[in-house]
Structure formats: structure tokens, C-alpha cells
Design a protein around this ligand. Structure first.
Ligand SMILES: Cc1ncc(C[n+]2csc(CCOP(=O)(O)OP(=O)(O)O)c2C)c(N)n1
Length: 584
């Protein structure tokens, strides 16, 4: 690694200037954040330097999700900056979210001066302690000389291997300290070398196991998208003829509509993906951590299957399920090696019986929905968006039923076209994440599909979107409920609706009051023209456009595996009967 671009001989060059130089050295284009007492020197240095764009947010949580959206849309590190104490603690949800979803982020937090540390000083919060379990790594800088190395390491750690958030806490005195000497060239971090190629012997073993399998399934996760391995995944699946299911985080890694695609497995997955996994004798899991939303009741998940598990993070392998062939490596070279190995097979395995069985399940448990009333079915709105939007459109969601409808009914074709909070399930993620995505990829169309509960949680960022002319389209599937929780109440709590009914404000008017545009949509005929209008206005005026769409209030996300149940015990789509329950 090279030295930061700016070195100095000037006596008034400070730690804050060094921070800015380090950020520029890392190629940082935009920072999301808010100033305050302990970070002011860095803001002053940013202002004097004038090269890095800064987005002032309404709330630091918004900044964190913007950085996440930016990172997920671009593949680059998202950067946030806040003051100490409340500014820093407001980042906690975003850091935890980024940690769960392996999103590369660097958070720079101001801190009280070193002599006050541990003194309960004004706006002191122990950010190293607080974020230890929710960051990939964190630092507190104790002298100006450390800055170049810490920043170089932080960006490397955030982006490499399994990405994640890194926090750099900088006491104010480090920012104000002058450093009129040449800052030392940061060296590449030692002792941390993320794996890349898979072990060739394990690859050969895996190929043998695959060749001997009769009912294999590929389970691909977000690791495919991080590694940019979607082409290799397709090559491997097509070379072998093995069906593919992708986790929520993996949607877009394999084209919807491909004959080998099974959709998403797990709690709201397709019946056929869940049955295929359950009856499989070999699951090739690539870049997925097999979390509980995928496996359901672990003891009854794929009872007859052996596992090949490919992951760049060795600690994920065998964490939830025993693994026959572990392969520690980046999904891209590993899948490439597996695809080339399979291409050399003299006799191709015959999966025709297995594929026929899957086709039968696909027919019996095809995805569908029923409207209980004449109101718009939320799933129909998502399907319509799937028809109207381009395959390059970046779709962002909040958390709840609307998120699952999007996962189930939107035909994702390409990686990085779905940005959603998977692991933490953070309501309020959608609007700021969509803005971060749009700021990272201004040429792309960005459409948020949100819930009326989720949208309210970071609604203040509409002001930020107006100020910075961020032309995102926000489509609120408004059911006046915390719908996903209401669904659980309907299905499992005798319909007792404890605190799930909402009284949301008129979102279209709220959008206008913030300086954006909005329209309420209450009948199906209005929908297509409203969506066309919103897309045009967002593109041409570069303003946020909110469509507040009244949808059927009591729709259900189906299929559904009840919490704690085995995946084969899914409640199917309306009009279907699950004849494949585990009666054993
Ligand atoms: C920050 C946060 N608080 C609470 C929850 C629990 N929760 C999950 S989904 C949900 C309801 C979401 O409602 P809405 O955004 O209106 O979406 P809908 O389910 O109606 O589509 C709630 C309260 C959560 N996931 N995140």
C-alpha cells in the first residue's frame, strides 16, 4: 500500500487533515453523517479540503443505512461520520445491520479528548465496547501517527474476505494534534489474509461427491453477490443441471425464470424449494450461513442430505449443520473450479427423475395469491412493478410483509438489484438505503417498496433526499397495519391484534411538505399511470416521489413455515393443500 496522498511539512497540519487525507487515499467519494462537538475538527478539515462530498442526514441511523445502500449498490465501502455520544450511538442499529448482512462500511466517530476517557465526560460513550460484537473490527486511535495505518487497515478489513462494518473512534485531541512530519506509509495489514482459492483437494472431493449424488440442490446466498460470482454460479448449475435456490440475500444471484431456479427457501420460501432441500441427498451451500429463516427447525432440515459448504468465512462452516466437504474460499474461484471440473466429466449424472419430481412440486405448489376483497392485492402491485421496471432497476425494501412479497413476486434477474435488510430485519432501512444506492449509482433507477410502518421510521430523510436531489421512487404498500406482526396474530394468536393497527399520516402530502412529490393511489386503475408518473418525475426533477398505495389490509404472506416448525410443514398458497407434510 502507498502512503496517503497528502503528506505535510506545514506546522498547522493536524490529525483532522490526516483523517481527510486518509479518506481521499481510500478513494472515498461521499460521506454520510452529522457533525457535533467531538468531530468538528474533521468537518472543518473536510470543508477546507472541499473534495469529498458530504451528505448531512436527519438522523445518524439514516446515515448508516445510506452507507449500507451505497455499499450494496456499488460494492464499495460506505462511509459514515458522527460526533461522539448520541451521534455515535445512533449508528448502532446500522452497524448491527451491516454486520449481519456482511456489508462493507467504515464508521468514523468523534470521541472526547483522551484525558477525559472513562470519566463520563459530556457526550462520552464507549463505542469500542458498545460495537465490539457488531463490528468486524474496531479501533480507538491514540495518536496521530496511527491514523494512516488504522485507516488503511479499516478499509481493507471492511471490504475483504467476508465484508463488514469497521469503526474508528478518534478522540478530539488526536484530531487537533499537529503532525508536521511526513506520515508513515501504511503497510498492508499483517496476520489477516482472507482466503481466495479453495483447496484443490477439497474441490476434487466435492466433485466426486456431486457426481455420486442423486438429488442435489445448490443453495446460494449473498456471498455470491459479494464475490461477483453470479456468472460462475450459472455456469456451474448449467454444467451439472443442478437446481438452484437462493436465500433472501442471494436473490438476483441467479435469474428468476431460469428453468433451474427454485426461488427462495425457508419461512416464506416456495413450497418446492423447501421440499427440494428436504428431500435432497446433497446440498451444495455457497456463500450462505444457513440461518434459521432458511432452515426452519434445524433437526428436520434436509435430514437425508450431506453438505458441501463453500464460504470465505471458515467460522460459518459447520456452525449450524455438519459438513462433509468444507471449502474455505471466495465463491468466484471456487465455483469456477467446480464448473470446469464438472465440464470434464465423461458421463454426466442423470438427474432426470429428480428434476421431474421438482417439476411436479412446482406445479402443485406454484406461487399464487388470492384477494379477499376488491382492494388491491399487495402481491399484484409487486408483480406489476416486476412487469414495468427494467431488470437493472435497483429495488430496495423495508421490513415486513411488503419485503417478503417483493422477495416472492419480483423477478430479480441480476445481482445488486435487491437491497434489503436480511439478517437484522430493520424497519426504517428502506428509505435511507434507497437514497444511498441512488447516490452511489446515480444513473440507475432506484425504487423503494416499503410498508407504512417501516417508512415512518426514517421519514426525516425525505428532507435529505430533497436537499441533495435524490430521485428515488418510494412505493408504500399501505395496509394501515404493522402487517407482518398482524399476520402472526391472525395465524397464531387467535387474531388478537395487540398494538398492530396504525394511523399513518397522509404520506403523499408529507412528501410534498418536505419538498418532494407524492400521490395517493386508492384504486387499481390509478396504479399504472401513477407509477409511470412517479418514475418520470423522479428522473426528471431528481426529487423523491412517494406513492401511497392503499392495499388490501389483511393479506397474508404465503407460503409460510410457522415459527419453529419444519420447512416441509409449510402453509401453502391459497387454494393448495400441503400433501407433503412430514408425518413422521
Ligand atoms: C426496528 C424494528 N422494530 C420492530 C420490528 C418488528 N416488526 C417486524 S415486521 C413489522 C411490521 C412492519 O410493518 P410495515 O412496515 O407497515 O410493513 P408490512 O408488514 O405491513 O408490509 C414489525 C413491527 C422490526 N423488524 N424492526
Amino acid at each position: 500500500m502507498n502512503a496517503p496522498t497528502q503528506t505535510t511539512g506545514t506546522p498547522d497540519y493536524t490529525g483532522a487533515d490526516a483523517v481527510v487525507a486518509c479518506l481521499k487515499h481510500q478513494g472515498v467519494e461521499v460521506i454520510f453523517g452529522m457533525t457535533g462537538g467531538s468531530i468538528m475538527p474533521v468537518y472543518d478539515a473536510l470543508f477546507r479540503d472541499g473534495e469529498i462530498k458530504h451528505v448531512i442526514v436527519g438522523h445518524e441511523q439514516g446515515a448508516a443505512h445510506m452507507a449500507e445502500g451505497y455499499a450494496r449498490a456499488t460494492g464499495k465501502v460506505g462511509v459514515v461520520m458522527t460526533t461522539s455520544g448520541p451521534g455515535a450511538t445512533n449508528l448502532v442499529t446500522g452497524l448491527a445491520d451491516a454486520f449481519m448482512d456482511s456489508t462493507p462500511m467504515v464508521a468514523i466517530t468523534g470521541q472526547v479528548t483522551s484525558n477525559l476517557l472513562g470519566n463520563d465526560a459530556f457526550q462520552e460513550a464507549d463505542m469500542r465496547g458498545i460495537t465490539m460484537p457488531i463490528t468486524k473490527h474496531n479501533y480507538q486511535v491514540s495518536s496521530v501517527e496511527e491514523l494512516p495505518t488504522v485507516f488503511a487497515e479499516a478499509f481493507f478489513v471492511a471490504l475483504s474476505g467476508r465484508p463488514g462494518p469497521v469503526l474508528i473512534d478518534v478522540p478530539k485531541d488526536v484530531m487537533t494534534q499537529t503532525c508536521g512530519q511526513l506520515l508513515a506509509a501504511p503497510s498492508a495489514p499483517t496476520g489477516y489474509k482472507p482466503p481466495y482459492r479453495g483447496n484443490p483437494r477439497q474441490i476434487i472431493r466435492a466433485l466426486k461427491v456431486i457426481q455420486a449424488a442423486q438429488r442435489p440442490v445448490i443453495l446460494a446466498g449473498g456471498g455470491i453477490i459479494t464475490a461477483g460470482a453470479d456468472a460462475e454460479l450459472k455456469e456451474f448449475a448449467e454444467a451439472t443441471g443442478i437446481p438452484v435456490t437462493t436465500s433472501l440475500m442471494g436473490l438476483g444471484a441467479f435469474p428468476a425464470g431460469h428453468e433451474l431456479f427454485l426461488g427462495m427457501p425457508g419461512m416464506h420460501g416456495t413450497g418446492y424449494a423447501n421440499l427440494a432441500l428436504n428431500r435432497s441427498d446433497l446440498i451444495i451451500c455457497v456463500g450462505s450461513r444457513l440461518d434459521d429463516r432458511i432452515t426452519g427447525k434445524l433437526e428436520q432440515f434436509a435430514p437425508g442430505a450431506q453438505f458441501i459448504h463453500v464460504d470465505v468465512d471458515a467460522s460459518e462452516i459447520g456452525k449450524n449443520l455438519p459438513c462433509l466437504v468444507p471449502i474455505v474460499g471466495d465463491a468466484k474461484p471456487v465455483l469456477k473450479d467446480l464448473a470446469s471440473g464438472a465440464a470434464e466429466w465423461e458421463t454426466k449424472p442423470d438427474y432426470s427423475e429428480w428434476r421431474a419430481q421438482i417439476e411436479d412440486w412446482k406445479e402443485r405448489y406454484h406461487m399464487c395469491f388470492a384477494s379477499k376483497s376488491s382492494a388491491m392485492a399487495p402481491q399484484a402491485v409487486v408483480e406489476l412493478l416486476g412487469d414495468m421496471l427494467d431488470e437493472d432497476t435497483v429495488v430496495v425494501t423495508g421490513v415486513g410483509q411488503h419485503q417478503m412479497y417483493t422477495a416472492q413476486f419480483y423477478p430479480f434477474q441480476k445481482p445488486r438489484t435487491l437491497i434489503t435488510s436480511g439478517g437484522l430485519g430493520t424497519m426504517g432501512y428502506g428509505l435511507p438505503a434507497a437514497m444511498g444506492a441512488k447516490l452511489g449509482r446515480p444513473e440507475a433507477e432506484v425504487v423503494l417498496i416499503d410498508g407504512d410502518g417501516s417508512f415512518l421510521m426514517n421519514i426525516q430523510e425525505l428532507a435529505t433526499a430533497v436537499r441533495y436531489r435524490v430521485g428515488v421512487v418510494a412505493i408504500i404498500l399501505n395496509n394501515n397495519y404493522l402487517g407482518m406482526v398482524r399476520q402472526w396474530q391472525e395465524l397464531f394468536l387467535d387474531k388478537r391484534q395487540a398494538e398492530t393497527e396504525l394511523q399513518p399520516p397522509p404520506y403523499a402530502k408529507v412528501a410534498e411538505a418536505f419538498g418532494g412529490l407524492g400521490r395517493a393511489v386508492t384504486s387499481p386503475e390509478e396504479l399504472v399511470p401513477a407509477i409511470e408518473w412517479a418514475r418520470k418525475e423522479a428522473r426528471e426533477k431528481r426529487l423523491p416521489v412517494v406513492l401511497d398505495v392503499s392495499v388490501e389490509r389483511e393479506a397474508l404472506v404465503l407460503p409460510m413455515v410457522p415459527g419453529g416448525a419444519a420447512n416441509v410443514d409449510f402453509i401453502p398458497c391459497p387454494g393448495q393443500v400441503n400433501e407433503d407434510k412430514d408425518n413422521g
